[in-house]
Design a protein around this ligand. Structure first.
Ligand code: GLC
Ligand code: CA
Length: 554
């Protein structure tokens, strides 16, 4: 392996924390920075290298912090800048790096820039946002992900104009055409790097360049707004400028949230010679099994395992020579890993969540592991719309209701993929509210906290939690799992995911049974000769038991 290609962020396991749901330190029912400080030793005990925090900046919380009203201040509910400094120091003392969330496709409508911009058409901040003058008629259709009417233009009376918001009405899109706005963004990035943070995850960064002047959606997009939003003409110019002005001056990592990225275009963002970003994560996996992506409706047949494998194969191949990939199976926008990709029944929850952990930590790419998945936390599956807090669920429900759509179908789909499934409070122990808060939690705690919790899993050597720790250690001790090239086998096998990783003279075979029945794989190696190294059962006898994960040395 070429030493110059080794990078700390390629070797990292990133542990993602949704701060609102991790640990509440003051009884207001909302997780906060002091809560994370209390639990730093827990985080350290996992063996992860990097923590990514969802947005912690000042926000009216229309979209839980993804609507920022001051990029240099901490959200009131989360604490103060002094708490932040203590948190960062506490992480660095423990050898953990910290990555924050950069949300600069849009700001909050309560940001000072927008407050100014909406005052008059000649306000100096007017061009920080995108406007459509009402005298020019109704603006062309733009889809909004979080609008009750799915309309990304909102009329604003003071200036008789519409403003653009791809997300909620309280998330107006920033205008990157304006060099002053770009300069402000780079200053914000510098501010946090100078404080010592180790990187940024960049929220919907593929959407920052808009197709001006706004015309009708070109026919070739066939109604696919995500694709269209992700192909703005100046996006690479902006990212290269940001890289030149600020990113290249620090030893940090950057990862794009990359809706609309494809294997054909992703290297334009992450190939080293492009000088843009380090990594990107795509949506091909999370989009699997939908019958209607925009309305978040799932198809009754579920997701297809062969497609799942093909997606991982093709993304792996894409980074074989250039760039670098990411692997994840859950985050704050998706349901719980074990409910979506494994089996969260009592019988198989633990074993299948360990299998998925093995999968994540043996694929090539930086691993993004979502907090709570190490416990095998599961979807809560709310029956009532009133239980949801997520603006996306609530406003899609309104949209579908206003169109006379099938709300039962929508609610069933939300049980599977609704974002609040992955946002329920972290389960620390079996005391009231899972030890998350002494008050009333902002979102209901999953009733299974009595058995699924850190305290119980600490005591059990075979728990998903302890398996995660061991698996991280095993990965660290075996660079073949980090840098080794991959090869996939038996791709038509409907039960087993089989692949090898190879580096220098080491070759590992990974066999994963994604089903609740015994299975075998046709890999063309003499398995009797292979040495069993690691897995979620005590041994491997040639056939895989339900949800068995086995790592063998060839
Ligand atoms: C990203 C975030 C999501 C947020 C949206 C708008 O997709 O991950 O949580 O709602 O952007 O900022
Ligand atoms: Ca709190």
């Amino acid at each position: 392996m070429n030493e110059s290609q080794r990078k700390w962020w390629k070797e990292a396991v990133v542990y993602q924390i949704y701060p609102r749901s991790f640990k509440d330190s003051n009884g207001d029912g909302i997780g906060d920075l002091r809560g994370i400080i209390e639990k730093l030793d827990y985080i350290k005990s996992l063996g992860v290298d990097v923590v990514w925090l969802n947005p912690i900046f000042a926000s009216p919380n229309d979209d839980n912090g993804y609507d920022i009203s001051d990029y240099r201040a901490i959200m009131d509910e989360f604490g103060t800048i002094a708490d932040f400094d203590e948190l960062l120091a506490g992480m660095h003392e423990r050898g953990i790096k910290l990555v924050l969330d950069l949300v600069v496709n849009h700001s909050s409508d309560e940001h000072r820039w927008f407050q100014e911009a909406r005052k008059s058409r000649d306000n100096p901040y007017r061009d920080y946002y995108h406007w459509w003058a009402a005298e020019d008629g109704t603006p062309p259709k733009r889809w909004s992900f979080f609008d009750e009417e799915a309309n990304a233009w909102r009329y604003d009376a003071p200036t008789d104009s519409y403003y653009l918001h791809y997300f909620s009405v309280k998330q107006p899109d920033l205008n990157w055409e304006n060099p002053k706005l770009r300069e402000e963004v780079y200053e914000i990035v510098k501010f946090w790097f100078d404080k010592g943070i180790d990187g940024f995850r960049m929220d919907v960064i593929t959407f920052i360049s808009k197709d001006l002047p706004f015309k009708d959606l070109p026919a070739k997009y066939n109604g696919n707004f995500v694709q269209y939003y992700a192909e703005g003409p100046r996006r690479h110019e902006y990212l290269q400028e940001m890289n030149r002005e600020v990113l290249s001056k620090y030893d940090i990592m950057t990862v794009a949230e990359g809706p609309g990225t494809t294997v054909e275009n992703v290297l334009d963002y992450v190939s080293e010679d492009r000088h843009e970003l380090n990594m990107s994560y795509h949506f091909d996996i999370s989009n699997l099994g939908h019958k209607d992506l925009a309305k978040k409706l799932m198809s009754p047949e579920g997701w297809d395992f062969l497609e799942f494998k093909e997606i991982f194969r093709k993304w792996d191949a894409c980074f074989a020579e250039k760039g670098w990939g990411t692997v994840y199976l859950g985050n704050h926008d998706f349901p719980r890993m074990v409910s979506r990709w494994g089996n969260d029944s009592e019988e198989f929850r633990e074993i299948s969540s360990k299998m998925l952990t093995t999968f994540l930590l043996t694929m090539r790419g930086t691993v993004y592991y979502y907090f709570g998945d190490e416990l095998g936390m599961t979807n809560i599956r709310f029956d009532k719309i009133e239980d949801y807090r997520d603006i996306m669920t609530i406003n899609l429900h309104k949209l579908i209701a206003s169109e006379g759509g099938d709300l039962d179908e929508f609610m069933e789909s939300q049980k599977l993929i609704g974002r609040d499934n992955g946002r329920t409070p972290f389960q620390w122990n079996d005391s009231e509210n899972a030890g998350f808060t002494s008050g009333a939690p902002w979102l209901k705690v999953n009733p299974n906290y009595q058995t699924v919790n850190v305290a119980a899993e600490e005591k059990n050597e075979n728990s998903p939690l302890n398996y995660f720790r061991k698996m991280i250690r095993f990965r660290r001790e075996n660079p073949v799992l980090i840098y080794g090239k991959s090869e996939f086998f038996d791709l038509q096998n409907k039960r087993v995911f089989a692949y090898t990783r190879e580096l220098d003279d080491k070759k590992f075979l990974i066999l994963l049974n994604f089903t609740d029945r015994a299975a075998t794989a046709n890999v063309g190696f003499d398995l009797a000769e292979a040495r069993y190294l690691f897995g979620n059962y005590d041994n491997f006898d040639g056939a895989l038991k339900p949800y068995q994960a086995a790592i063998l040395e060839l």
